[in-house]
Design a protein around this ligand. Structure first.
Ligand code: CA
Length: 227
């Protein structure tokens, strides 16, 4: 009898141990799954529509960068003045990166006006768009003030981008020729769910700190390695 009881106790211990092991394994795989998902989230590739957007560099460059930006956004101006020249010199001019821009309108109603004027310039002369991009940021006003009026933008174009017909841009703004196009671009930005501008994506991968040249450079180099 004593032996039988001992053997039943042993059975109980064995079954209990197995149960604990199974539970621990289960828990381990669940935890693993969660960390796995988190890892995937940081490597998320956003579907980006590059078609019809202004770009700089070689179209078939191995890496594509998309900037979603608002001409009224002070941090976008900062990006244009600090990160962009370095990026252009090291990667765009060397044929490694094609740099694209999609206008988004997050600051104020005149963000849309600036976006429409950008589309009008781009339509007339795709390369002149990048002059517009620089000159608007250089002359950016206070984000709380509606400074990006048609008159202001047309005057900027007239003074700085002689290869573009400023009168035609003025007409396009009056007729709202490119309003729908500019609004559609903003929808594309909203659909990413990212929210803040400038949003910099390297081959569709979002760079948390768009003002960090080091982070963007590291992401580009990672993409170049996988090519
Ligand atoms: Ca566009």
């Amino acid at each position: 009898m004593a032996n039988q009881k001992k053997s039943r106790d042993m059975q109980g211990i064995v079954v209990g141990t197995i149960l604990i092991l199974v539970l621990a394994l289960g828990l381990y795989s669940v935890i693993n799954q969660f960390t796995g998902t988190k890892q995937e989230a940081t490597d998320k590739v956003y579907p980006i529509d590059y078609k019809g957007q202004p770009f700089l560099g070689k179209e078939n460059a191995p890496v594509k960068i998309m900037e979603f930006g608002d001409f009224k956004c002070p941090v976008c101006k900062q990006f244009d003045e600090t990160v962009f020249p370095q990026l252009k010199k090291d990667f765009i001019d060397t044929g490694k990166v094609a740099f694209y821009f999609t206008n988004s309108q997050v600051i104020g109603p005149d963000s849309l006006t600036a976006g429409e004027a950008g589309e009008a310039v781009f339509k007339q002369n795709p390369q002149a768009f990048w002059k517009y991009y620089d000159v608007v940021y250089q002359n950016q006003g206070n984000e709380a003030v509606e400074w990006a009026t048609p008159a202001f933008l047309v005057d900027l174009i007239k003074k700085n981008i002689p290869e573009v017909d400023a009168k035609k841009v003025s007409d396009d703004l009056t007729k709202k020729t490119f309003q729908k196009q500019a609004q559609d671009d903003n929808v594309k930005f909203n659909n990413t769910g990212i929210g803040g501008v400038p949003a910099i994506l390297v081959n569709g991968k979002y760079i948390e700190n768009g003002l960090s040249y080091a982070d963007i450079k590291a992401a580009i180099e990672k993409e170049l390695q996988t090519k």
